[in-house]
Design a protein around this ligand. Structure first.
Ligand code: 6PG
Length: 239
């Protein structure tokens, strides 16, 4: 199921995203004893993380991962882990072992990608060839149509036999979940705000198009839910 929602502005978009995340937590924990969420980086989700920090949740049952990470130390200003810890995780009583950052310390992104791949296999109890199902996958979209660290015309877009691979943004290495992992999620929330995203959104939503040029087109969950949460500036053209 794919649902496109146009929200008046970024504040309304963040409020709606929080509402959906809280609903997924409640639904998941009514059926299973743990909830898994993979976070996106960039600027859009930061107010969502700040809002979640104010919630009284069963933190011991909540496990936090990332959909992608810049290949920098977790102390670096560009680190997605740093942003999420400061905006949210450092402010709540989530057990440290429930936070599963993408490693970036091996000096070789391919090694760290493989390490995290093994970490995910262990956490989700996967056998060879199996893919994890995250309860919620938060995604953003760049104005070039990338999502996570799946950038246009990069090798990462072809990787379908692993959980984690190396992304490449203008020569800068990234660590990213692969397309099949994203598409296995139970609920994907795309948070896209700003007029600068409009052109890419038109390409992503077009009936025909080139997914290599606009990788967000690859996000078609097999049997999960996909919500596109757009502010008016980004998605107002959709009526
Ligand atoms: C990252 C993100 C990336 C982000 C988009 C949108 O590591 O930067 O995971 O995929 O979601 O680039 O970023 P904004 O929300 O800042 O526009």
């Amino acid at each position: 199921m794919t649902k496109i929602e146009i929200l008046a502005d970024k504040t309304a978009l963040v409020d709606r995203a929080k509402e959906l995340v809280l609903a997924q937590i409640e639904t998941t924990l009514a059926e299973r004893d743990r909830f898994t969420i993979a976070l996106s980086g960039g600027s859009t989700p930061k107010p969502l993380y700040e809002a979640l920090a104010a919630e009284d949740l069963p933190w011991e049952k909540i496990h936090v991962f990332w959909g992608d990470e810049r290949y920098v130390p977790p102390t670096h200003p560009d680190s997605n882990e740093k942003m999420a810890r400061e905006a949210w995780l450092d402010r709540v009583a989530i057990p440290p072992e429930n936070i599963h950052p993408m490693p970036t310390g091996a000096g070789d992104p391919a090694i760290d990608a493989q390490t995290h791949d093994l970490e995910l296999q262990a956490f989700f109890g996967l056998s060879d060839g199996e893919f994890p199902r995250f309860d919620v996958m938060l995604l953003g979209m760049g104005d070039d149509g990338h999502t996570a660290s799946l950038f246009p015309h990069t090798e990462a877009l072809q990787v379908c036999d692993r959980l984690v691979t190396v992304g490449n943004k203008d020569g800068q290495p990234r660590i990213t979940l692969t397309i099949p992992v994203l598409n296995r999620s139970r609920c994907i929330l795309f948070l896209v705000a700003g007029a600068n995203k409009q052109t890419a959104l038109r390409e992503v939503f077009a009936p025909e198009g080139d997914s290599q040029s606009y990788p967000s087109r690859f996000i078609q969950p097999q049997d999960g839910e996909l919500f596109w949460l757009l502010d008016e500036a980004a998605g107002g053209f959709i009526k």
